[in-house]
Design a protein around this ligand. Structure first.
Ligand SMILES: NC(=O)c1ccc[n+]([C@@H]2O[C@H](COP(=O)([O-])OP(=O)(O)OC[C@H]3O[C@@H](n4cnc5c(N)ncnc54)[C@H](O)[C@@H]3O)[C@@H](O)[C@H]2O)c1
Length: 260
């Protein structure tokens, strides 16, 4: 198999579970060495073990993306071990569901802090290294929720729309040596997805089974997305073949949203 990212160094935030874990493992399959930056150190270490079994090098760094000091420590540990950063996968994110009228200031701030400010702090720190190198690729996990509002998700929508516009600004400022893009998944099978099914069922007075089948019925490709689906797009964007793409928020939703 041709390895498209051989010996490249990647940081994946929120890489301990879900979409981030799927991306980290695919990057490693393509030859990259990967730093797993997650607030949950145990899951980060587990993923490091899986990557090492693939024959790549990996490092777990307990990181809170909302804390500038913690992000500085991530960069320091990464540079100590690998001395460069080729790929940043800024993926850590959180969600809570609720009618906007019931969303507290604390909930709003929590979503904005992790999903928007966290992505800012990490990409700011990493881009300083990439600017020195005069090369690099930054990819954000946005969401289709950054492109259109959805009921029960006003604060999450706001955080992801902020991230989308931020990504575009960064792409312009970091061109021509660094590419910056976003991936916009739909409904991906992760722990966040399971929580969403529970919350939706409670908030709409439906059974979880009904919610789950309604979700699938709304997807033209008729299945829930897997982390690997997102990871395949990330590999393309990070590879040599993806290097004429910048400033784009690419939908990967099984056809759920069109023309945006
Ligand atoms: N699951 C979906 O349907 C879906 C769809 C579109 C976009 N997304 C986005 O994809 C990303 C990953 O979501 P997921 O579904 O894998 O969720 P998840 O909850 O399964 O995983 C999120 C990961 O981020 C980590 N994390 C949370 N807060 C952090 C912080 N402050 N610092 C560092 N790490 C932190 C968690 O520990 C966890 O490992 C998020 O940005 C999410 O908004 C998810």
């Amino acid at each position: 198999m041709i390895m498209r990212l051989k010996d490249q160094v990647a940081i994946v935030t929120g890489g301990g579970t879900g979409i981030g874990k799927g991306i980290a493992l695919r990057l490693a399959e393509e030859g990259a060495n990967v730093v797993i930056a997650d607030i949950d150190e145990e899951t980060a270490k587990d993923v490091v073990g899986e990557i090492e079994k693939l024959g790549r090098q990996a490092l777990a760094v307990k990181t809170d993306v909302t804390d500038e000091q913690s992000v500085a420590n991530l960069i320091e540990k990464t540079m100590e071990k690998f001395n460069r950063i080729d790929i940043l996968m800024s993926n850590a994110g959180v969600s809570r569901m609720g009618k906007f009228i019931d969303i507290s200031e604390k909930d709003f701030d929590f979503n904005m802090d992790v999903n928007a400010k966290g992505a800012f702090l990490v990409s700011k720190a990493v881009s300083a290294v990439m600017k020195q190198q005069k090369s690099g690729t930054i990819i954000f996990t946005i969401s289709m929720a950054g492109k259109c509002g959805t009921p029960l998700y006003a604060h999450y929508n706001a955080s992801k729309a902020a991230l989308l516009a931020y990504m575009q600004a960064l792409a312009m400022e970091l061109a021509p040596n660094i590419t910056v893009n976003g991936v916009c998944p739909g409904l991906v099978r992760t722990s966040m997805h399971e929580r969403e099914i529970k919350w939706t069922a409670e908030l709409r007075g439906m059974s979880e089974e009904m919610v789950a089948s309604e979700y699938v019925a709304g997807i033209p490709l008729a299945r829930i997305e897997e982390p690997q689906d997102v990871a395949n797009l990330v590999v393309f964007l990070a590879s040599k073949e993806g290097q004429y793409i910048t400033g784009q928020a690419i939908n990967i939703t099984g056809g759920m949203i069109l023309r945006r």
